[in-house]
Ligand binder design. Structure first.
Ligand code: MG
Ligand code: MG
Length: 269
């Protein structure tokens, strides 16, 4: 079932998602040239455990770490490693949390040092596409309305949408029905109902849409090795406007304090 949430289970998921969001803010404090993705992973795991929760991804399907850290052409599911971040990299960090039997799941793409204008634009458009998708997460609309809004926004800017990896329902399981593709046709697909909790997570490529899996069995990267960006929120479908359970507020407070720039500030006029 994907629509049997009560106010109580939604509040538990809000707690899970806010904790995951705050873990991503701890990551934001550290993101800089010279830091390894494994350094980020250790801090996030400690932060989650210190707050009475468990990492949601660690051990999920055999995934070895707390965070998915996907650099540059890596789209999602990158495994934290001894890779040292360099100025000009973009880094998608996806964080899952499990607490009180429920999950949180949210992701943010960080610019490391100075990124190129084109990459800054990719980040901005992906970020905007996420919110375009969320605008459609209203009772009575359909899954295809979310995907269509994301796809239109990304393609209008000349970027492409990854097809094979999709958003999902969230609850007692990290991945529940329905699947939420980042492309689609208006008015098609599963009907959205009040109380459904969905993870909306556009993965947008600078070059072509094709992806491949790396030899580690996890990391998804673009076939053409061009960069990809990824942002994710967990939201509750409601009648007027979706209720966003995760939050980028904590991350962005840190980014502003560090003068790292937000997706829309990295873009040069
Ligand atoms: Mg995620
Ligand atoms: Mg997800």
């Amino acid at each position: 079932m994907f629509n049997d949430n009560t106010e109580e289970t939604i509040e538990i998921m809000r707690e899970c998602n806010l904790l995951a969001s705050k873990a991503l803010a701890e990551v934001a404090r550290m993101v800089a040239p010279g830091i390894t993705t494994l350094d980020l992973d250790k801090v996030a795991e400690q932060y989650i455990r210190d707050h009475g929760a468990e990492p949601g991804f660690k051990g999920y399907g055999g995934f070895p770490n707390t965070l998915c850290t996907s650099v540059n052409s890596q789209v999602v599911h990158g495994i934290p490693s001894s890779y040292v971040l360099r100025s000009g990299d973009i880094l998608s960090v996806d964080c899952g949390v499990k607490m009180k039997g429920y999950y949180g799941d949210t992701a943010y793409t960080y610019a490391v040092g100075e990124v190129s204008e084109k990459i800054a634009e990719l980040m901005l458009v992906t970020y905007e596409a996420l919110y375009k998708g969320i605008e459609q997460a209203i009772a009575g609309k359909r899954v295809g309305d979310i995907g269509n809004a994301i796809q239109q926004h990304a393609e209008k800017a000349g970027f492409t949408v990854v097809r094979e990896m999709v958003g999902h329902g969230l609850g007692k399981n990290l991945h529940e029905k329905p699947e939420i593709p980042n492309y689609g046709k208006r008015g098609r697909g599963v009907l959205l109902k009040k109380g459904m909790v969905l993870c909306i997570e556009p993965m947008i490529n600078l070059g072509s849409k094709g992806i491949v899996q790396e030899a580690d069995g996890w990391t998804i990267r673009t076939k053409d090795n061009q960069p990809s960006a990824h942002y994710e929120h967990a939201v509750v479908v409601d009648r007027e406007k979706a209720d966003i359970l995760s939050s980028f507020k904590y991350i962005e407070e840190v980014l502003i304090n560090k003068n790292m720039g937000l997706p829309w500030q990295n873009k040069k006029p």
